[in-house]
Design a protein around this ligand. Structure first.
Ligand code: MG
Length: 381
C-alpha cells in the first residue's frame, strides 16, 4: 500500500490520479488532497477517499469544508496548507499537479522531508531542475515523472546512466496547426483562441493546450528531460508523431532504440509513477494496433514553431534563463487567451523577454524566483 498525497486534486491530472486510486484500492491510498478553487469537487473527493488532511487556497472555503467534514479530516489553506500536506509524516509519495509556480516550494519541502515526489507541474523542473535534482540526491529520494513523455523515457532507460544513451527522443503530437498545407506561417496570425484550444489527441487544461499548439509544451519538456535524466540539451531531440502512440524513445549508444507505446491516457503514466517499481494490473488502457494502422514521424517545423529552438537555447544556457522562458510564456498565453495578442506574438513575447534577460548561472532559489517575477513584469510591458 502506498500512501499518496495529491496536490492539485481537481485539475486534469488530479482527477486522473483519483481514477487510478479508484482502480487500485488495495495499492494506493489518498491520504492528503489539495485543490485550488474547486471546493465542491474537493469535498466530494474527500467524502469518498477519506484523506486525513485536505487543503484549499481560499481560507473562507477551508472553513466551509471544515464545517462540512467535521472531525473526519483536518482542513488547511493557502501555501501553508500545501507545505503541511507535502510533509505529512505518513506520506510515501507526493504527486504535484498544481498549475504554475506554486508547486515549487512544496516539492522541495517534500524532498527535504524524505518523500519521493511525482512531478506533473512542469515549472518545478524547468525553473529549478538543478536545485530539485541535487536536493533529491542529497536526501536519497526519487523524482518520478508523470508526464507521458518522461514516463516513457524512464521506462525505456530502466536505470541505465546517461553514458549509455546517444539520444532521448521526445515525441510531439504537433498540435492542431501541424499541417503546413492548411496552416502555413502566413495564416498563423488568424488563429483564434477557440481553434487553438482544440487539441487532436489529449484533453487537457487551457494553458497546456495552448502550449501544445505553440510547441512550448515540448520545449518545456525538453528542459525537464535534461534535468530528470541528467543529460545535456544537445542529446534531447524531438520528433513529431501525430498519432501519440509512441510516448517517447531512447536511442542507446549501440544504435538500438527502445520506445514505450500505448493508447494515449494519462492514467497510465500516473499509475506507473505511483506503483513504481511495480507494475499493477489494470484493464483501463487498451491498445489495438490493427485499428491504429499507421504510425508516422516527421521533423518538427522550427520555422513555424520557434518555441523548440527557444527552449533549446534556454536549456543550454541554463541558470535563470529557463525560468524566464517559462514565466514569459505564461504571461503570453494569458494575453493570447484574453485576446490581447495574436498567436505568433506568444513566441515573440518570449523571445524578446529572453533577449532582454541577463542570465545568472548557478542561481539560488531566490534568484530564480526573482528572475521569474522580472520576466512577468518585462513580458507584460
Ligand atoms: Mg507531455
Amino acid at each position: 500500500m502506498k500512501n499518496v498525497v495529491l496536490l492539485g486534486s481537481t485539475g486534469s491530472i488530479g482527477t486522473s490520479t483519483v481514477k487510478v486510486a479508484e482502480d487500485l484500492p488495495d495499492q494506493i491510498r489518498l491520504i492528503g488532497l489539495a485543490a485550488g478553487g474547486n471546493a465542491d469537487l474537493l469535498l466530494e473527493q474527500a467524502r469518498k477517499h477519506k484523506p486525513s488532511v485536505i487543503s484549499i487556497s481560499d481560507p473562507a472555503k477551508a472553513k466551509q469544508l471544515q464545517n462540512a467534514l467535521g472531525t473526519s479530516a483536518q482542513v488547511f489553506c493557502g501555501s501553508e496548507g500545501l507545505l503541511q500536506l507535502a510533509t505529512l509524516p505518513a506520506a510515501d509519495i507526493v504527486l504535484i499537479a498544481i498549475v504554475g509556480t506554486a508547486g515549487l516550494q512544496p516539492a522541495l519541502a517534500a524532498i527535504r522531508a524524505g518523500k519521493d515526489i511525482a512531478v506533473a507541474s512542469k515549472e518545478i523542473l524547468v525553473m529549478a531542475g538543478e536545485i530539485v535534482m541535487n536536493e533529491a540526491r542529497k536526501h536519497g529520494v526519487r523524482v518520478l515523472a508523470v508526464d507521458s513523455e518522461h514516463s516513457a523515457i524512464f521506462q525505456c532507460l530502466e536505470g541505465k546512466p546517461a553514458s549509455s544513451v546517444r539520444k532521448l527522443i521526445l515525441t510531439a503530437s504537433g498540435g492542431p496547426f501541424r499541417d503546413k498545407t492548411i496552416w502555413p506561417k502566413e495564416k498563423f496570425s488568424e488563429i483564434t483562441v477557440e481553434r487553438a484550444l482544440k487539441h487532436p489527441s489529449w484533453v487537457m487544461g487551457k494553458k497546456i493546450t495552448i502550449d501544445s499548439a505553440t510547441l512550448f509544451n515540448k520545449g518545456l519538456e525538453m528542459i525537464e528531460a535534461r534535468w530528470l535524466f541528467d543529460i545535456e540539451m544537445a542529446r534531447v531531440g524531438v520528433v513529431v508523431h501525430p498519432q501519440s502512440i509512441v510516448h517517447s524513445m531512447v536511442e542507446f549508444v549501440d544504435g538500438s532504440l527502445l520506445a514505450q507505446l500505448s493508447t494515449p491516457d494519462m492514467c497510465l503514466p500516473i499509475q506507473y509513477a505511483l506503483t513504481y517499481p511495480e507494475r499493477a494490473a489494470s484493464e483501463r488502457v487498451q491498445t489495438n494496433f490493427p485499428k491504429i494502422g499507421t504510425l508516422t514521424f516527421e521533423e518538427p517545423d522550427v520555422e513555424r514553431f520557434p518555441a523548440i529552438e527557444l527552449a533549446r537555447r534556454a536549456g543550454e544556457v541554463g541558470g535563470t534563463l529557463p525560468a524566464v522562458l517559462n514565466a514569459a510564456n505564461e504571461i503570453a498565453v494569458e494575453a493570447f487567451v484574453n485576446r490581447k495578442i495574436n498567436f505568433p506574438q506568444i513566441t515573440e513575447m518570449v523571445r524578446c523577454t529572453m533577449d532582454a534577460h541577463e542570465t545568472i548561472s548557478q542561481p539560488t532559489l531566490e534568484q530564480i524566483l526573482e528572475a521569474d517575477a522580472w520576466a512577468r513584469r518585462t513580458a507584460a510591458k
